[in-house]
Design a protein around this ligand. Structure first.
Ligand code: 13P
Length: 256
């Protein structure tokens, strides 16, 4: 059985004091040994203080991006090895904001190089895939997912749960308040699982596939109840314990 993950992607939000307060509040509510793995992904400068704030508890730390070489003349970039030294276990890769919004406009080749770099440093990649509204309207959703998944994991050795996590994040649902319906999420996740089986065989059953895009306390339960939805990657609602903790509880309820 797959252990669900609820991961908070803080994006470029909160300041140091607010981040510490948030971690303290989540810690106070989240008992250890629950059936769900909780991850927080603060901005890069807060990784070390966040690791300190998480010391001694089971909540895990993730970064929001890496560069793919170990070191060198890449001003402003941060390597997977540097991120691993902060105590992070996960790294989000290929987030739609990096694919579509931020100046770099990352492509699948770059994302694949980063996935290899993450694994080289012992980090678990959370590979984000998802279609735009135009692609959904053109009925290209499954095709886009197949391409992004296949290209993203080329050459990656995947057997256990720590080797890879996928996040299905439909671009039209991110930060819009418009979540995929549970049926739309399940269709996409089942497709990703089937494609994973084609690519990596039985290990596909070990890979957690998270849903992301306007997950809130009131829709988390029905999304997490879907057979191939193994938790969520949460943006806006991960910034307050009042909304993040109920989402963790919804995942716990769906898991037991
Ligand atoms: P929202 O939950 O704010 O829609 O963001 C989702 C997301 O992008 C998580 O990575």
């Amino acid at each position: 059985m797959r252990r669900p993950i609820v991961a908070g992607n803080w994006k470029m939000n909160l300041d140091l004091a607010a981040g510490r307060d948030l971690i303290a509040s989540i810690r106070a509510e989240y008992a250890t040994a629950e059936p769900v793995e909780v991850v927080v992904c603060p901005p890069t400068p807060y990784l070390f203080p966040a690791a300190k704030a998480l010391d001694g508890c089971e909540i895990r730390l993730g970064a929001q991006d890496i560069y793919y070489t170990k070191s060198g003349a890449y001003t402003g970039e941060v390597s997977a090895e540097m991120i691993a030294e902060t105590g992070a276990d996960f790294v989000i890769l290929g987030h739609s904001e990096r694919r579509h919004t931020i100046g770099h406009l990352e492509d699948d080749r770059m994302i694949n190089l980063k996935a290899h770099a993450a694994r080289r440093a012992g980090l678990t990649p959370i590979l984000c895939v998802g279609e735009t509204l135009a692609e959904r309207d053109a009925e290209k959703t499954l095709e886009v997912l197949t391409f992004q998944l296949t290209a993203g994991i080329v050459g990656l050795d995947v057997s256990g749960a720590k080797d890879l996590v996928i996040a299905y994040e439909p671009v039209w649902a991110i930060g819009t308040g418009r979540n995929a319906t549970p049926a739309q999420a399940q269709e996409a996740h089942a497709h990703l699982r089937a494609e994973l089986r084609r690519l990596i065989g039985a290990a596909a059953d070990n890979v957690r596939i998270l849903y992301g895009g306007s997950v809130k306390p009131d829709n988390a339960g029905e999304l997490f109840a879907q057979a191939d939805v193994d938790g969520g990657l949460i943006g806006g609602a991960s910034l307050k314990a009042d909304t993040f903790v109920p989402i963790i509880r919804a995942a716990v309820a769906a898991a037991v």
